[in-house]
Design a protein around this ligand. Structure first.
Ligand code: CTP
Length: 401
């Protein structure tokens, strides 16, 4: 994190950007600044020029040639781009790919990681349009440093205050070390439900949305891992940088995992695999003829257990979705499937687990356990992956000693 391009857009929090610039410099970074016209009304470019020691670019068409760099070159020069504060207007432009000022142009032209620290009125922040823009930007790999709660310049109290410069700095440092934690590590994640056909139009499946598995795949990628995602049918975008293999049935999933697992170091089975499939698949639609119909079912392969047998030195993590005796059943699965770790959740509780954006987990391994309270699946995935990294490193060290 040596060269940081700091973009400032027009909000009152722009006055904090001067302190932020100082913080970044104290950490050893070289910082150059670009500002929107509106930002330059809040704080003068001269302030940032004096602090950074470089001319500040505020206009696309009079890009300071004395600096020897135009906006395209600036976006190539940087190791990361940080926009702080980021206004609602800027986020909307970024989400729609606009490039009509110097800040949006450097963002569109860059190929390096982009961080944005939003700052706005609480109603603007919670507005569905802004939140939709956040979703789009996150899907494209932009890291949003979520604003905090507090008194706002307009007198409102709520979420929308830009993070303090120290906290932004802290997040960048964490992110920098995070990006290398799993460098060179190959991972495989299963996600979503499977579909077991009964006839050409019907199938047996379950309520899994795939969200937890997809968030785990995204978190692994953020930590620098190579990620293969073997996914059942879900309505989710493939996370940036992740290779997805699309499957339908448990047998397809089993085959895809067997083909890819040998190359991998970490295996996370978050899929809700159908334990059984119809023994026979009718070639034509089954007609309504009898009062009662019995469909014989046969057992599906256990994708996780078979995977661990195939790649015995892999670090394996299973999930246990339970409706009763959660910890007891999870421990039994840990033993039976010879796993390194199991993440158990109680799917009988409304609003968590299946098809929800939130989840709570109790993670169990040989000799320990940790409980993660109810939180957004995205945050939970990050925390779970951090724990997996810790235990994976411990196992690797003990293998090598
Ligand atoms: N699993 C799998 N293949 C299966 C069944 C389960 O890979 N055929 C994996 C799941 O992805 C999960 C773990 O095994 O990581 C536990 O799944 P779960 O459905 O909770 O347990 P089961 O082993 O199916 O046992 P039961 O249905 O009796 O609870």
């Amino acid at each position: 994190m040596k060269k940081i391009l700091l973009g400032i857009t027009g909000g009152i929090a722009a006055y904090k950007s001067a302190e932020l610039l100082r913080c970044l410099q104290r950490s050893g970074a070289e910082v150059r600044v670009v500002m929107s016209e509106a930002a330059a009304r809040f704080v003068t470019p001269l302030t940032f020029q004096a602090l950074s020691g470089y001319p500040v670019c505020t206009d696309l068409f009079t890009a300071d040639s004395a600096a020897g760099m135009d906006h395209i070159e600036l976006s190539r020069w940087a190791d990361i781009v940080l926009i702080a504060p980021a206004t609602a207007d800027f986020m909307a432009k970024l989400a729609t790919g606009q490039a009509n000022d110097v800040v949006t142009t450097v963002c569109l032209a860059r190929s390096v990681p982009l961080f944005i620290a939003p700052a706005m009125n609480q109603w603007m922040w919670s507005n569905i349009a802004t939140q939709d823009n956040c979703t789009v930007l996150r899907q494209r790999g932009v890291t949003i440093l979520d604003p905090t709660e507090g008194v706002q310049a307009c007198g409102d109290v709520g979420f929308g205050r830009m993070l303090e410069p120290q906290d932004i700095m802290q997040r960048l440092v964490e992110n920098d070390s995070m990006r290398h934690a799993l460098a060179g590590v190959r991972t495989l994640v299963t996600a979503g439900p499977t579909r077991e056909p009964i006839d050409p139009v019907r199938y047996i499946s379950n309520r899994s949305s795939g969200k937890m598995g997809y968030e785990l795949a995204a978190a692994l990628h953020d930590y620098g891992a190579e990620v293969v995602l073997v996914s059942g049918p879900v309505a989710l975008e493939t996370p940036l940088g992740v290779s997805r293999i699309q499957v339908e049935t448990a047998q397809d999933m089993h085959q895809a995992v067997q083909q890819n697992l040998k190359e991998c170091d970490i295996f996370i089975a978050a899929a809700a695999v159908s334990d059984y499939r119809p023994r026979d698949i009718a070639s034509n639609k089954i007609k309504k003829s009898k009062k009662e119909r019995i469909i014989p079912l046969v057992l599906n392969p256990d994708v996780l257990a078979e995977g661990v047998r195939t790649a015995s030195s892999i670090f394996s993590v299973g999930f246990a979705a339970e409706t009763e005796h959660m910890a007891k059943y999870a421990r039994l699965k840990l033993e039976k499937k010879q796993l390194d770790m199991i993440a158990a959740n109680d799917v009988s509780i409304e609003g968590q687990g299946f098809d929800s954006n939130q989840n709570a987990l109790t993670v169990i391994w040989q000799g320990g356990e940790k409980t993660f309270p109810l939180m957004a699946k995205r945050d939970l995935a990050k925390q779970l992956v951090a724990l997996i990294i810790e235990k994976y490193n411990e196992k690797s060290r003990s293998k090598n000693s």
